[in-house]
Design a protein around this ligand. Sequence first.
Ligand SMILES: [Zn+2]
Length: 340
Amino acid sequence: MPEGHSIHRLALVLTELFSGEVVRASSPQGRFAAGAELLDGSRILPVQAWGKHLFIPFADADNPDPTADISRSNVADHLEIRWIHVHLGLYGRWVFNGDDSFLKSKLLGVPHIIIGEGDEVRSAVTDPADDVQFGTRTDLGGIVEAGPSASAWRPPAPRGAVRLRILTENGVADLSGPNQCEVKTGAEVAAVLARLGPDPLRNAPGDRALFIDLVRRRRAPIGGLVMDQSVAAGPGNIYRAETLFRVGIHPDRPGAKVSRQRIGLMWDDLVDIMTDGLETGTIQTIQPDLAPAKPIEGDLEASRWAVYHRTGRPCLRCGSTIREKLMQGRRLFWCPGCQR
Ligand SMILES: [Zn+2]
């Protein structure tokens, strides 16, 4: 499942490609026919991400000035806006195709969202349930196909079970396999957001204190809380393991037994490393002073991560053996020497 930074990147790409456009929409597979009919002929507004959830707002084509300034507190007030709520889940993905002008999008030009760029680390990640998946898929949960020149572009036939197709004169985005794809009102979006914890990539005023409170209230191990989307929206399995290492907290420690100061430091760290992921499109969380000078044969992970997928290898800081266990069904990695 993509981590939150990938969904935020997706929101940026969809905004760049479609915001302000009056679009055609359809559901080639048929399962979202009614929703696509509502979207068809509407104007798309700046796309929002919240944790691992994507929200595509749209309004009537002649809506004079639909505001983009939408927050947790005012989303329900915008009655003129409807939303497509997408959660990719494990198998959802977007495929983009378009003419030169469409594909020249600055964001589409970022290397890590172009097909094949994941190859450099394919050998380093083998757990299909984990957050980085390769093959025909990218960190973004999206695929970019090269199109012909502008004059010749025609939308390709949908491939596979495409739930939603969004089309302009210059390009197309096809969504298939999402866990969730529903039209919602602002009030319904507000209800979804109310169940989500603060998102480090939004880091709104009050979010840091809220995160500290949410962790301190719980007796569950902090290794589970970091990935609990009602405590923090966005972090997945890689960020979970790496931030606990970077801040030095043992994953088994109950949330209520971690000091407010350390939880605050973890929030700050999540903001830093996820912002880096948003900007680069990849998760590389190894601290520069720990990173090996050159890739280690048989331990390529060490160039990117301190503990993630490094079971049985020496900690780059203290030399202890990195350990692994299942927590809430997901593989968790930590250093018994560095994390208390
Ligand atoms: Zn260590």
